[in-house]
Design a protein around this ligand. Structure first.
Ligand SMILES: [Fe+2]
Length: 453
C-alpha cells in the first residue's frame, strides 16, 4: 500500500503531532509512592515544529525542540514545565544532558548546545568559548572516572569530523580533526576506558545530494542511505589524534545508538549497538526503514575484524545502561521496545513505515545470557526512552529505578512512570500524572539534585 506523501506520519498523526503551547503545572498527582531518594529533575526533549511546515518534505528529525521537565523532591512531584528551545542558530531538539554544572540541550550536524536554567526559564547558546562553534553532538559520552566528556562531531560544511574532549568543568581540553569522505551521519559514538570508536556508516550527505540531482524523493533531512560508502569503525586512543585512527571495515548497516562499549583483556573491544540493515531508503520521513536489532560487535584491532552476534530477538531502541558503567563492562541494558496495537511485533511481521516509529513496552536485556524481560504498560500505553537511576548505596548493577515518559492514548496524556530496575515486570512503583501529552521525541535524562539543585 502506498501512502500519499501529504499524510506525513511523523507530523500529523496522534502523539507525533506537535504541541502549540508551553505549560507550567505544580503539585502533580501521583499514583503509588515516589521514592524520596529521587531528588532532582527528569528532563526530556524532542522535535516540536512550529508553523509553516510542508508535510511532504518534513522529516521527524527536524523542527524546533521542546523540553519537558518534571521536578521531584521529597517524594513529591513539584512541577511540570514545557518550553520551546530558542536559538538564532537553529534550536537543539535531540538530547538534554548535564555537564560542568550546566544543563545543555543538544543536536548534531553543526549547531552548538543551548544551555537552559534549572527552572527552564532562561536559555542561551553555549559554545564553550568558541570550541563548539562548528557544532556538537547529541550523544557525548562522559567517562565516569575522569569526568571528561567525549564527543564526535560533524558539520556538513566541512570534510572532516572533529573529536572534542571537555573537562569536568566544561572547558575544552582536546580537539582533533579526522578526515571523512562523503559527509557521513554520525549520531552516536562508543567510549571505552582507553579508546574511542567513530561510527562511519553508509548514511551520507553525498548520497542525498546525488539523489536530489537525480530527482529522487527528498525531505528536509539532507542525508540518505549510501550504496557507495564503506561502513567502517575508527578506533583511536582516548585523547588521541587523527594520525592514530585505525580504520576497520564494519558490518554494512546503520546505527543510531550504542548501548555501551568496553575493553577486553585480549585487547579487543566489545561494542553493543542497535543496528538497522538500511536507513532512509523506504521511510523518507523518519527512521522506520528496518528492524532495530541489538547486536554485540567484537572488534579485533590486531586482525582488523569485527565479529557480530545477536544479543536479543526483541526489537529495541533507545538503549540505556547505568551511566556509571560507561566504557566499562556492563551486564544489563534497558530499552524502549517495539509494539503494534498493544502487541510485541514478532520478526515475521513486517513493520509498515507508515505506522511511524512506534515504541511500546519497556525491555530489559541481560547481555550475558540474552534473557529478556518486558513491562507492558497496558492497552494504548507506550513508553519512550528509559533512564536508569541508581539507588544510593546500590548493591548490584540493576539496583535502582527506571524512569520513562509513557504516552497514554486513551486519555491523550503522559505520565512519568517509575519501575524497579531489577524487576521491571512488577507493577510500577509510582506514576506521576502530567497535565498534557508529551509528543514522541528522542532522549531524556535524570539530573540528580546533588548535581544541580
Ligand atoms: Fe539519539
Amino acid at each position: 500500500m502506498t501512502r500519499p506523501a501529504f499524510t506525513n506520519p511523523y507530523l500529523t498523526e496522534g502523539n507525533y503531532a506537535p504541541l502549540t503551547e508551553e505549560v507550567s503545572s505544580s503539585n502533580l498527582p501521583v499514583t503509588g509512592n515516589l521514592p524520596r531518594e529521587l531528588n532532582g529533575r527528569y528532563l526530556r526533549i524532542g522535535p516540536n515544529p512550529r508553523g509553516g511546515i510542508d508535510p511532504a518534505t518534513h522529516h521527524w528529525f527536524n523542527g524546533a525542540g521542546m523540553v519537558h521537565g518534571i521536578r521531584l523532591r521529597e517524594g513529591k512531584a513539584e512541577w511540570y514545565r514545557s518550553r520551546f528551545i530558542e536559538s538564532e542558530f537553529g534550536a537543539p531538539n535531540t538530547n538534554v544532558v548535564t555537564h560542568g554544572g550546566r544543563i545543555l540541550t543538544l543536536i548534531e550536524a553543526g549547531k552548538p548546545p543551548v544551555e537552559i536554567s534549572p527552572d527552564l526559564a532562561r536559555m542561551a547558546v553555549w559554545d564553550c568559548e568558541g570550541a563548539l562553534s562548528r557544532g556538537f553532538t547529541a550523544h557525548p559520552k562522559i567517562d565516569p572516572v575522569t569526568g571528561d566528556m567525549h564527543a564526535i562531531t560533524y558539520n556538513p560544511r566541512f570534510s572532516s569530523i572533529r573529536y572534542v574532549v571537555l573537562d569536568p568543568d566544561g572547558r575544552a581540553k582536546h580537539s582533533s580533526d579526522i578526515d571523512a569522505v562523503d559527509g557521513p551521519m554520525i549520531h552516536d559514538m562508543a567510549l571505552t576506558e582507553t579508546r574511542v570508536v567513530v561510527l562511519d556508516l553508509p548514511v551520507t550527505h553525498a548520497a542525498a545530494k546525488r539523489l536530489a540531482q537525480a530527482g529522487g524523493p527528498m525531505t528536509r533531512l539532507p542525508l540518505t542511505w549510501d550504496d557507495r560508502h564503506t561502513a567502517r569503525l575508527g578506533i583511536l586512543p582516548v585523547g588521541g589524534t587523527a594520525e592514530q585512527v585505525q580504520w576497520i571495515e564494519a558490518p554494512r548497516c546503520f546505527v543510531f545508538h550504542v548501548l555501551n562499549a568496553f575493553d577486553n583483556p585480549d585487547g579487543s573491544l566489545t561494542v553493543d549497538v542497535v543496528r538497522y540493515d538500511s536507513m532512509f531508503v523506504h521511510d523518507v520521513w523518519g527512521p522506520s526503514d528496518a528492524t532495530p536489532t541489538l547486536v554485540r560487535w567484537t572488534v579485533n584491532t590486531a586482525r582488523g575484524t569485527v565479529n557480530e552476534e545477536l544479543i536479543s530477538q526483541h526489537r529495541v531502541e533507545f538503549p540505556r545502561i547505568d551511566p556509571a558503567l560507561t566504557g566499562r563492562p556492563h551486564r544489563y541494558g534497558w530499552f524502549a521496545g517495539f509494539n503494534a496495537h498493544g502487541l510485541m511485533i514478532t520478526d515475521d511481521v513486517e513493520r509498515n513505515p507508515a505506522d511511524g516509529f512506534g515504541t511500546g513496552p519497556m525491555i530489559k536485556v541481560d547481555t550475558r545470557t540474552g534473557d529478556t524481560k518486558t513491562h507492558d504498560y497496558g492497552p494504548g500505553r507506550v513508553t519512550m526512552e528509559p533512564a536508569f537511576v541508581p539507588r544510593p548505596d546500590a548493591v548490584s548493577e540493576d539496583d535502582g529505578w527506571i524512569l520513562s515518559v509513557v504516552h497514554d492514548a486513551n486519555i491523550n496524556r503522559a505520565e512519568l512512570v517509575v519501575l524497579d530496575a531489577a524487576d521491571i515486570t512488577a507493577a510500577p512503583i509510582a506514576r506521576v500524572h502530567l497535565p498534557n501529552r508529551v509528543p514522541f521525541g528522542f532522549h531524556g535524562n535524570w539530573i540528580d539534585g546533588n548535581e544541580i539543585d
